[in-house]
Design a protein around this ligand. Sequence first.
Ligand SMILES: [Ca+2]
Length: 212
Amino acid sequence: MRWRLVLGIAVLVSLDPAAISAAQPSLCPPGERRLSAPNLRDAPADTAATGERHSWILVGDGSFEQGDCGAGSAWTCTTNTTCSWILDPLHIWGYPAYDGVMAAWLGGFCGTPNSNSFCQDVFLESAQLRWRWMGYVAEGHASNFVYVKFNGDIIWAKEMTWPEDHTYGTWEVMTIEGVYLPEGTNTYEVCFEFEATNGANMLIDYVEMWRP
Ligand SMILES: [Ca+2]
């Protein structure tokens, strides 16, 4: 009788949907030691300080402050895991968002390496886009790619490599410019996508476009 009771409890615990939805993302695969957080360094010089800022405008929910995927966010999210990837990064990364509280996380782990995306329709007046990013790439992790797509076409790609893209502790600026936009429309589905093999991380925040 006693073993039947124990078995019943074990089944109930494993099927509990709350336990499944509470999965927490991590920077490293299970069993791999997380690298310690270096002291926060100053962010690189921003054009805001030069007065150029007036021509850069934030895309809709470009700071990811409207909430999690499906809970207020303007971004449509996909993931191959059960974790959520728009969040306050402070407690997991050890660093706050670049702007506000929330940021979007490409890659990472949630049981398995995470492949995910953030997309929304944006009215682009030019093909210049920029955002802030922080990378976490453990040594030996390779062939993990970040893509930016306009209407499904890859217009920018980057492999997250060690040590170049391990900017852990520093928010960097990434700018796309000079991309050819076909005539006929200015509204594009803009997507940030991460394709994982053995896992790396890019935290992104404050997505802006250039207004000529
Ligand atoms: Ca933010």
